[in-house]
Design a protein around this ligand. Sequence first.
Ligand code: IMP
Length: 825
Amino acid sequence: MTQGEEKIMNKAFCEKLSHLSIEGTAEEIVHRFIEHLKFDLGKDEFSATPYDCYVSFASAVKDILMDRWLITQPQEYALQRKRVYYLSLEYLIGRSLGNAILNLDIQKQSIKALTENGFDLSLLSELEWDAGLGNGGLGRLAACFLDSMATLKIPAYGYGIRYEYGIFFQHIINGEQVETPDNWLRYGSVWEIARPARLFPVYFGGIVKEEILEDGSKKMRWIPEETVMAMAYDYLVPGFQNNYVNTLRLWSAKSTREFNLAYFNEGDYMQAVADKNHSEMIAKVLYPNDNKMQGKELRFRQEYFFVSATLQDILRRFLKKESDLRKLPEKAAIQLNDTHPAIAVAELMRILVDERNLPWEIAWEITQQCMAFTNHTILPEALEKWQVLLFEKLLPRHLQIIYEINERFLSSIRITGLYDDDFISRVSLIEEEPVKSIRMANLAIVGSHSVNGVSELHTDILKHLIFKDFYALWKDKFNSKTNGITPRRWLMLCNPLLSELITQAIGSAWKTDLKELAKLNKYKNDSTFLEDLGEVKRQNKLEFCKYYEDLHKRKLNPESIFDFQAKRIHEYKRQHLNALGIIHLINQIRDGKTPYPQSFFFAGKAAPGYFIAKLIIRFICALSDYIEKDKELSRYLSVIFLPNYRVTLAERIMPPAEISRQISLAGTEASGTGNMKFALNGALTIGTLDGANIEIREAVGEENFFLFGMTAAEVKNLKESGYHPYEMMRQNEDIKRIFDFIESDILNPLNPGLFTPLTDLLLYQGDKYCLIADLPDFIRVNAEAVKVYQDKQQWNRMSLANIANMGKFSSDETIKGYAKDIWGV
Ligand code: IMP
C-alpha cells in the first residue's frame, strides 16, 4: 500500500463521507463563503479585507469543484479507461475564479449569493493574481488543452512544476522594460491542494556500477549521490458544464534533510539548512526564455526532476490496478510538450530495465508505445541539446541508456545499407561538434510513436527540412495537429456581449461545438445583424478605453482603428516591422496627407537577456512619446505599449481589437494562437503566410484576410539567390525616408545612436527576418485595410466571416485529433 493510503476509516464513517455533497445553490455558496471567512481566515466584520472576501468566496467555489472531482476520480478508477498524461514545463493559466464559475454552471447562484450580500463578482474577480507559469504560446496551449480534455471527459492529468516565481512582471519605466519577480504564491493560492503524502525521491549524480548476477548476466546499478523530494500540489480542472473534473499536478521541490532528523542531530546544522535551500532551488523559478534554449544546469535539473516524479506517479497509479507493465501502453498515453520532458524516454527505460528487470526489447516497445512528442519550434536556437558532460555529472545512468538507444537505432538503419555516413551522423542522438551533446529532439523522435507539428505549414517544415531524415525513415510517425484555443475563456468569459449576440442568433450549441458558428454565415447580408455586431465592437472599445484610462491616466480615441500586436517580443515576430510601418504614416502626415485615425497597441515581454528585443520595446516607446508630444501627429495616430502582457490582459484586449497583426516572417512561427483569439473575437488579420495564419485564411476566406509578404518558399529563394537589404532600401524612396527618420535621432535626441544596433541589423547585417524585403507590401496592405475600414458594413461583414469560420480552431477539435490519432482514447 502506498504511503498515507492505509484504510483507516470504518464503514459508518465512509458512509457519512460519501453522503456529504454540495449542490451549489446560492444558499450553500453564502454559507461556505462565511465558513471560510470565519474558520479558515479567522476574520470578522472588523478585520475582513476585500482580498479575504475573494479568498473565502473562491474557496466556496473550490469546494464545489472538489465535490465534483471526488466523484469523477473514483468513477474513472471503476471504468479503468486509458489515461492521458500531458507533460509540460509550462502552464499559463491566468485567473481561475471566472472559469470555475462558468464551467461549474453556477453563474446565476454566484451572482445571487454575492449581490444579496453586497458584493460584486467582477470586483472580487479582479483581486485574483494570474497564475503565470509559462512564457507564451506553448504554456497557454497546455492550459487550453486541459480545459478541452475535461470538457471532452478524457481522463487526463497535466504534470509540471509549481514554480514559486512565475513569468516576471514587466514594468515600463522611462520607455524601457524593467523586470520584477512574480511572487504569485506570496499569499498562497486558493486553488491548490497540497498533497504532502504524494512525495517521491528524485536522484542526481553519483556513479553507475556493473553487477554480475547469479546467472552470469550483467546488470547496471545507479548509485546516486543527491536526493531531492518532489511533493505534489493539485489544481482542479473542470470541464464545461459536465461535472467532470481532471487534475493538474505540479511538483514542488523539498529537501530530503527535512525527512532525515538524524542529519540535523549529528551533522552540521547550518550546512543542512544550506543543502535544503540548494534542493529547493529546483522549483524556484520559471526560465523566462521563449523559443530559446539557455543551457543552464538548473534548467536541466528541472526537466529531470519533474519527469522523474511524474513517471513514478504514473506507475504508482497503474500498479494499483495492474501488475503486468507490458500493459502500460493500454492504460497510459504520455504526451511530451516539446523536448523539455524528452528525458522521459531514457527515464522510463531505466525504470523498466534497471528497476523492473524487463528485457531491453520489451522495455523499448512499451516506451515507444506510451510516448508521443509535439515539436513547437523550428528556430535553431530553440532546439535543445545538453552537453554530455552535464549528463555524466547529473544523470550518468541515463547517458549510458541514451548511448545504448543510439547504438541500437543506428545499427538498425546501417544494416539496411540504404543510408550513408552523413545521414547516420545527422540522425544520431549524439552531436560530436562543437561540444559533445545529446540532441533531445532526436531522442524524443526515436523514443515516440508519434511526432507532431502544430500547424500544417510547420509540420511540412518538420517533414521536409529540420527532421527530413527521420521523415525518410518513418513517414507514418509524423502528423499535424493544428493548435487551438478554448472558446470558453477566449469568447464566453472574455467577451460576454459578443457571446450573447451569437447565442441569440444561433443558440448555445457553439459553446461545445465551435463549428456551429458557421450558422452565423447566413447573417452576412443582414444589415441589422451586421450593425449589431458593429455595436458590440463599439461597446467593447468603450469599455477598454475606460479600463485603460483609469489605469494609465491617458486618453484613447475610441473612434480610431484599434490595431493590436500582442505576443512575446522576438525578432522573428517582427514588432519592429510594425513600427517601421508607423514611421511611414508619420512621413505621410508630414507630407500633408491626413490618414484615418489609428491606435496601435503593442504588448509583450522580452526575455531579460535578449538585448535586441528590449531595444525594440524602447523603439516602440520612443515612437509613442514622439507622437504623443506632437499636436499634428497625435490627431491621427497613437502608439501605446501595454505593459505586462499576460492572460488577464489578453482577455481584455481581444474584445475591442479590430486589427490583429500576425506578421512573422513566413516559415518562422510554428502556429500562433493569439491569431486565433483575435479572429474569434472579430478582428481582421493583417498577416503573412506563416503558421496557422495560412489555415485561418483558408477557413475565413482570402477576401476576409489582409495578406502580405513573401511565402516561405520565396524567403528561401531570396536568401539563396542573395539578399541585399541595403540596396533594396536605397532603391525605395519610402523605405529610405523611414531609415533617414530613425537615423536622424529625432526619437532619441538625448541618446544619439540608441537605435543604431537595430538599423545595423537590418541594413548591414543581413536582415535575417527580411523586414526590408517585406516592407513595401506591408505598407500597401496597411493602406488597404484602412481603406476597407471606412466602409463599416463591409468591415462588419468581414469580421462576421472571421467569427463564423473559426470553428476548426477550438482546442476541443485539436484534442479530438490527438485522442483519435495519437492517444487512442
Ligand atoms: P490517485 O489516482 O491515486 O492520484 O488518486 C486520485 C483520486 O482518485 C483519489 O483521491 C480518489 O478519489 C480516487 N481513487 C484513488 N484510488 C482509488 C481506487 O482504488 N478506487 C477508486 N477511486 C480511487
